[in-house]
Ligand binder design. Structure first.
Ligand code: UT7
Length: 398
């Protein structure tokens, strides 16, 4: 016979969003400022995209530090301790390292000592992909609590001389905490799609590809592929307006809902005109879509969770609402999830917030101690550290 605890343990299969948080760097870059460096204007950018300004990371801010800030805020809302998190997924196209993953760095900053962590590459659809994977991990009973983060420092990979792209992108991070529960609801269905034949329409090389570019000669700069975003804007625009309504209809069918059951759609924030065209195709008013493009621009994988946090702050979501997240972008990829929103945010006192922040200082201290003891362990065992090996190689080369 199954014991009560075992039943409870195996029953927590509905992945509910119980925490959310976002981080935008302080520095704001307005359209007027961009117009000082490339041939454009505030009027052109705003009427063609809906963007007025975007945030730009400071030198010391990175994809990982912004992700950590968003995740820490989401954990505070969820009222969970980092040690209760078993999975961290970071969706990003701008990691500082191929490895270690950004997710591992966030795991260390949080002190989430029981978590598996990995990065996911699906461009602007990355957050929805991550949400789907995390929800599945909870549904199978593999993990109980997970964090999904979208985070980008696109300002570092934008070609600031290309007016077709540099006007669009911004930096920031957003995160949600998912918690397994026996109560029906949470992430109800997801649809993930891709079409690699359109990979050349929107791309960002990871490293210098020398000598053979795989996406065509137009992606070469002085014989090398440069690490900046290349985009065929008009074609991506057309692709986006075609897939948004299709993928929403598909995911609604899976969840056995109709568009009339939907209270809010939080789309990837790419262009207001894309969103308006998609609304027309779906036959819904465009204000069913939440838009914060004017303030944050296009932050790729981070745009949906950042917009979600703004929507919550603006009082756009109430318990029992059905919300759809829909992403589209490089790959090509596109995806949608339908989520039953079933939480009311709790007020967090200042003392509580400060107390929770102190955890992360302690986590950094523990991490440092582990690093030092590893170094000493290696010294005592006579094994060279990667640093010592590099120094040795440099000496030999001199
Ligand atoms: O997040 C990933 C997904 N990304 C997207 O969804 C982006 C999708 N694409 C878009 O949002 C739009 O295609 C853009 C906003 C990038 C461009 O808007 P558009 O209305 O498609 O402009 P266009 O590329 O068709 O260009 C129209 C004209 C061109 O001039 P000519 O050739 O007609 O004389 C461009 O050179 O606008 C010119 N142009 C600009 N003018 C002033 C292009 N960029 C600019 C600019 N300022 N920044």
């Amino acid at each position: 016979m199954q014991r009560y605890e075992e039943i409870a343990e195996t029953d927590m299969k509905n992945a509910h969003i119980v925490g959310w948080g976002s981080f935008l760097p302080e520095r704001v870059l307005t359209n007027d400022e961009i117009a000082l460096t490339v041939d454009t204007s505030n009027e052109w950018i705003f009427t063609r995209t809906g963007i007025r300004e975007r945030h730009i990371a400071a030198t010391q801010e990175t994809t990982a530090t912004m992700a950590f800030e968003a995740a820490a805020r989401a954990l505070a809302v969820a009222d969970l301790h980092p040690s209760q998190i078993e999975l961290i997924i970071v969706a990003t196209s701008t990691p500082e390292y191929i490895f270690p993953s950004t997710a591992c760095r966030v795991q260390d900053y949080l002190g989430a000592r029981r978590a598996g962590a990995f990065d996911l590459s699906a461009a602007c659809s990355g957050f929805v992909y991550g949400l789907s994977v995390a929800a599945q991990s909870i549904a199978t009973g593999s993990v109980r609590n997970a964090i999904v983060i979208g985070t980008e420092t696109l300002s570092r990979v934008v070609d600031w001389e290309d007016r077709g792209t540099c006007i669009l992108f911004g930096d920031g991070a957003g995160a949600v905490v998912l918690k397994g529960s026996s109560i029906p609801g949470g992430v109800m269905a997801s649809t993930l799609r891709s079409d690699g034949s359109g990979g050349d329409l929107l791309s960002l090389p990871a490293v210098y590809h020398n000598p053979v570019p795989t996406l065509g000669p137009e992606y070469l700069h002085n014989g090398h592929q440069k690490n900046t975003i290349r985009m065929a804007g008009r074609q991506i625009f057309r692709f986006a307006t075609n897939v948004i309504s299709d993928v929403i209809e598909d995911v609604l069918k899976k969840a056995e809902l109709t568009i009339d059951d939907v209270d809010l759609i939080v789309p990837h924030q790419a262009n207001r005109r894309i969103i308006e065209t998609a609304a027309k195709k779906l036959g819904v008013p465009s204000d069913l879509f939440y838009v914060n493009l004017d303030k944050a621009g296009n932050t790729s994988a981070a745009s949906i969770p950042i917009a979600l946090c703004d929507a919550v702050d603006a009082g756009k979501l109430a318990p029992d609402d059905n919300v759809i997240f829909v992403g589209f972008g490089g790959g090509l990829t596109w995806a949608a999830s339908v989520v039953k929103w079933d939480v009311t945010p709790q007020q967090i006192s200042r003392v509580d917030r400060e107390w929770k922040r102190a955890r992360y200082i302690a986590a950094r201290g523990r991490s440092r101690v582990r690093k030092i003891s590893r170094r000493w362990g290696a010294k005592l065992a006579g094994s060279p550290t990667p640093d010592a090996k590099m120094k040795d190689a440099r000496k030999k080369a001199d």
